[in-house]
Design a protein around this ligand. Sequence first.
Ligand code: MCN
Length: 768
Amino acid sequence: MRVSILGTRVIRTEDPRFLTSGGVYTDDVADEQLAGACHVHFVRSAVAHARISSVDVSAALEAPGVVAVFTGADLADLPVAPPPMPGMINAQMGQPLLAADVVRYVGEPLAVVVTENRYQGEDAADLVDVDYEVLPAVVDMAGAAASQTVLFPAVGSNVAATFGDAAALAADLFDGCEVVVSRTIVNQRVAPAPMETRAAAAAWDADGKLTAWIPNQGAQGTRAALAGMLGMDRAALRVITPDVGGAFGAKFGADPEHAVVCWAARRLGRPARWAESRNENLIGMTHGRAQRQTITIGGSRDGKVAAYRLEIVQDCGAYPKFGAFLPALTILMAPGPYALPRAEAVATSVVTNTTPVGAYRGAGRPEATAAVERAIDLFAAEAGLDPAEVRRLNLLPRFTEPHTTAFGAVYDSGDYATALDKALLAAGYEDLRREQAKRRADGDVVQLGIGLSCYVEITGPGAEEGGPRENATVEVHPDGSATILTGTSPHGQGHVTVWAMLASDELGIPVDKITVKWGDTDLIPEGGGTGGSRSLQQGGAAVQQASRELLGLARQRAADELEANPADLVFDTGSSSFTVAGDPDAAVPLARLAEQERLFVRAVFAAPGPTFPFGAHVAVAEVDTETGKAVLRRVVTVDDAGTVINPLLAEGQRHGGIAQGAAQALLEEVVYDADGNPLTASFADYPFVSATEVPSFELADMETPTSYNPLGAKGIGEAGTIGSTPAVQNAIIDAVAHLGVRHIDMPASPQRVWAALRSAGTQENQHA
Ligand code: MCN
């Protein structure tokens, strides 16, 4: 019998290929169907809001290498890109595949130039002459709902969706509170900026079947979105997922550009390819976050919170996509890990003349955590209490049976106070406070700040009937190897390693003899893809289930062969074979059974519901009180994702997540000017985080298993991002709190910190 490899640090089997021959990304795909492909280049709006008076393509058509030029008028027969949440968002706010009458953000595609060679497209696109009748732009989400300028006159308002009844907020929510603090804060817009930008390659065969290679987070979802935009039957569409160079939530489904590339290939009767530039990516790919939050918190002087209110304005950008839905997740998770006797949350999603907002690592949950963690700190500061103590006083006590919150979330299991205590201990909290007190007493120029955050988040959400689900097929081959087909879609998370570990553990087949396949809708027609940190708890559980069911099938066949009772057989993972108890010589290996007849099982794992990982982060920052420069010195985290199957991968996810979350607190922000011109359209202006801005992270372990899947696993893919942002923001504010600063919006640029210090103690900083 082999000892279980689950819970061990198996090295990623994906890496040798990436580190030697390299990945095969969409732009590298050399399939013969793509021979002779032409190249698509998008002409994008140069203004934020305008009526298109005319588009003159005549000069572009004459340019070298130009095969065709298409405008919105050519696509008039195609459906618009569907809004993602039917019923909730005004259907009249859908995005046309190419803007024909009105452009609503800088970067909106309005025409395509198709050329023989890629470089020719950029030159020819410059010759497309667009006449704009410029309209006033709505840029600030705060004023969008009341703005006289509406993006969709037929709708008559910029409101895309509302959540909760703002008119019904309780007038007496804070009655009886000794301390009440209210503040409007901004959870700024950020860019997902994956290493691989968006791309597509499309080829139609003689029977009218389309094959599309697209970097995505789930080929099946991408196929559904593309079929919708192209007005075609899913069965006539095959989506293939090549290697994907990062997605962070922004590569779910398909964008108008992907559909236009497929459409152009059909129209021209020739395969077509597209790969966007970094500049296009920064203005064209959906952005994340983009919320304005008004938080109000009240309670007693000794630190007990009695009431909390969260009012959200969500900026959807020009077209309501997943961004319009983000507040639903923010509201669901509004109270976080706290026992808040009274809590209310409402939201309005508005359209503005900016790039559409979509899912970005954490999607709605980081915003909830940031709001409540800032609120707790503001409350502690007002009451003059230690923020760790206030948290401890208000955290929900440990529970092992599901707990339903006032917002309808059913937390599966949690032990929030232990997570906080572990994080404080690992950080040496008392020593840090002593060091801080000394620097304050000495009046040091560089002050020390300690920031905390406690979080609980939702992973594996899904509204499917019967619960969130995922499928897996496991097949054992006559040569003793195995293949797994999965409906998940890894793009850096390491599923190849872990899915092989899970099957290996059951079947005794070595990890390196197991192949994992995904991302081809002809091979795997069903699947939920990878997002919401759902993959292990649903897709991994399905692999384990399929492996176990396969063993059941194999046991029956082995029993037939041995003329024994199946119950008398023993499966030995050391030799991957069945033996009859007491007769080790009569062994039937799985491989031999596979020789006789194909040996495979497809299983669907249905979870009873989503799971709720949690944790606590402690960040330590230094702030130069003369220049405003903040430097992140330490991040100590406890991220409890239930049972960990591969600590190496889980830690990698935590590291990446923490860096991404810290980046929002420290540096990153998408900025528009008052006319809606993007000011952060290159990496020279968008300060993408690098290793130099973050310290080495200190990770403490904690595992509270869930009962929602046999693995005991919850998700880890987004946790680091959710916990770290408020911890880092709180640390920077804490460093200068003794100087009278109560809040600094993210990112904590030197200018912002400096300005906060200058206005410290004034009305402006005390009460926004
Ligand atoms: N894992 C584990 N034990 C656990 C939980 C997870 O060993 N208890 C392992 C899993 O086996 C898997 C990895 O950790 O190898 C992440 O698993 P999971 O938490 O299930 O998350 P997903 O695989 O579904 O990943 C999605 C998540 C999301 S939503 C975003 S956004 C994100 C992220 O993952 N985008 C990423 N991590 C990313 N990492 C990379 N490199 N690139 C992205 O675009």
